[in-house]
Design a protein around this ligand. Sequence first.
Ligand code: FMN
Length: 386
Amino acid sequence: MLNALTIDDLKRQARRRVPKMFFDYADSGAWTESTYQANESDFSKIKLRQRVLVDMTNRSLASTMIGQPVTMPVAIAPTGLTGMQHADGEILAAEAAEAFGVPFTLSTMSICSIEDVALHTRKPFWFQLYVMKDRDFINNLIDRAKAAKCSALVLTLDLQILGQRHKDIRNGLSAPPKFTLKHILQMATRPQWCMGMANTQRRSFGNIVGHAKNVSDLSSLSSWTAEQFDPKLSWKDVAWIKERWGGKLILKGILDEDDARAAADSGADAIIVSNHGGRQLDGAPSSISMLPRIVAAVGDRIEVHMDGGIRSGQDVLKAVALGAKGTYIGRPFLYGLGAGGREGVTRALDIIYKEMDVTMALCGKRLLSDVDQSILLDNPYAAKAL
Ligand SMILES: Cc1cc2nc3c(=O)[nH]c(=O)nc-3n(C[C@H](O)[C@H](O)[C@H](O)COP(=O)(O)O)c2cc1C
């Protein structure tokens, strides 16, 4: 892992260390994966302005997200089954994020529980909520996040029904994994992963098992989602969740200007421009291509964050230039985790930090607060009509 210079290097290493069904779970999008791919490729259409003879000393990437200081404006995105990329994955990633000074977001569908992560961290982390039909369970989950002193609730709005990812179906994805010949072979060729799993008790959905009632089949993510997630979720629900939570609220999965306006009206603290990493509505535009218009619509009323396709510090800087106050990385940290546990996540953050720092300097800026559209040659997504 020490020779990983890029997020792609970490991805290659993760592929060698993580059983296929879990590596594919991370490296997949819905249906044709066109939105998954566009999230990445649309960043490369934005060109940077090279500037010279500017003082480059005393640079800083420090900023804030929802008022919280961050070493750089990059949070760890909530991802389900993270403890299947590497044993105790959520705890290791939370520790790495805390040491680096960036927010860690724990998914509802994590392997390690809220309480587990709280026990292993000193600073508050963020909790991501999926809303299920069982409102007692949801109220309880919100209360557990409060008791764990989480400093923000990230409410995900774009997954009330699950987008189809062909790889997961073909692989027979489940947590814990099934013991069919195919799955045993996948695991047997990943001995370090197996050793880690043998040494931990955390192998199922930590926030759910033992807490939710009437859960008949938790091993299959798709059937469980279909059975439990509430497809009637509405803006009224956002209101009661906001009230029960009572703290900072971030709405995740906004990709449309009208929805962004409704989100700003809801009184939330921030929105995340996101298409769930291309895992839900295949054919939706990339997050970065929608960012400028959403910033134009609501940027003066609510903090705008984005995720999807960030694979380098340059991508983060481009998002900031287009108005994002914060960004999130999903797969980059998962690849780091799969490649080398806590150290791998630190490596992913470090790679992004250094790329961002050098890029900012070569664009003639010393402080993140000075970064705006002037570092871009033009904005290909400015006034593009759909
Ligand atoms: C393996 C995986 C699992 C995910 N699970 C969740 C989840 O449980 N909750 C959620 O809100 N988003 C989830 N997401 C979406 C991420 O939070 C984020 O929006 C996305 O990964 C960003 O794109 P990127 O992976 O290109 O950085 C998941 C993404 C991946 C790759």
